[in-house]
Design a binder for this molecule. Structure first.
Ligand code: NAD
Length: 276
């Protein structure tokens, strides 16, 4: 019997990286998956988003585990699109029990060099997109009356601060405020709301040129190995980064009955970066 057997998990940003890992890990533990991703680049960002092929690959990985999957190309800035996917999930998969609001983007620039567009895109995707996601999914959970778990993806940056990511930190700190208020409002429905705060995670976001340059501003063409050398010194376990599945295991815990009395918490998975 899997740890989330028979549940349906609604996951945004599921085409690659952590979102795909969450889809696979929850499916391994018996959940059916709603996999949402925009699969579309954002002009104000310096690295590409996932592709439709990436989303199909997530779909295949879940199906190969014997679980049902509903995969849709929708941008979290599109409330009507998310509402439609949630309605379709209820119709075809029988409801929604778990929400992983994971879709997010990152950019790096000194605060006063940020354009208004960079600022607004970051807030629209990382914060308003999370609000849209819970607004689409949670009313179905409330009306079904069987409780559930909502896990919002924040970042370790909210604990430590970091130069050149004001818009990112503002968005991820906003997610924590949203998490706390939602946990207060939804407890009476048996719905728990928590945040996971990844440190560095080995995904395309971390290995984008713009992020590599933040860690290695003195190098002309920094590589992931350069980043690892420097990032290792920043965490107490000396790792530099974790794998996407390490975040998935935290999401799985928060989604499962093992965390049945855990709500309103911020859970870092950061190798101790915030205290290093
Ligand atoms: N990688 C890290 O080091 C790290 C650290 C802390 C927090 N995070 C957070 O973890 C989450 C997952 O990031 P990741 O590391 O897997 O990066 P990633 O870039 O590999 O994956 C992000 C996914 O979100 C999708 N996406 C982006 N904008 C979207 C939108 N508007 N609508 C729908 N989907 C959209 C992308 O297409 C992509 O598939 C993000 O919220 C990110 O901010 C990442």
């Amino acid at each position: 019997m899997g740890r989330v057997a028979g549940r349906v998990a609604f996951i945004t940003g599921a085409a690659r990286g952590q979102g795909r890992a969450h889809a696979v890990r929850l499916a391994q533990e018996g959940a059916d998956i709603v996999a949402v991703d925009s699969c579309s680049d954002v002009p104000s960002l310096e690295y590409p988003m996932a592709t439709v092929d990436d989303l199909h690959e997530t779909e295949k990985l879940v199906r190969d585990l014997g679980r049902r999957v509903l995969a849709r190309q929708v941008d979290v800035r599109d409330q009507a699109g998310l509402d439609q996917v949630a309605a379709d999930a209820v119709e075809t998969l029988g409801g929604i029990d778990i929400v992983s609001a994971n879709a997010g983007v990152c950019g790096c620039r000194p605060t006063f060099d940020l354009s208004d567009t960079e600022w607004q895109d970051m807030l629209d995707i990382n914060l308003t997109g999370v609000w849209h996601t819970v607004k689409a999914a949670v009313p179905h959970m409330i009306s079904a009356g069987r409780g559930g778990s909502v896990v919002l993806t924040s970042s370790v940056v909210t604990f430590v601060g970091a130069a050149n990511v004001a818009h990112y930190n503002a968005s991820k700190s906003g997610v924590v405020g949203l998490m706390k208020t939602l946990s207060a409002e939804l407890g009476k429905h048996g719905i728990r709301v928590n945040a996971v705060h990844p440190g560095n995670v080995a995904t395309d976001m971390l290995f984008s040129d713009s992020t590599l340059r933040v860690f290695c501003p003195d190098l002309a063409n920094p590589t992931p190995d350069d980043l690892r050398d420097r990032a290792r010194t920043g965490d107490v376990l000396g790792q530099g980064w974790v794998e996407p599945v390490d975040i998935s295991n935290a999401v799985l815990y928060l989604a499962s009955e093992e965390a049945r009395f855990v709500t309103g918490v911020s859970l870092p998975v950061d190798c101790g970066r915030r205290i290093g």
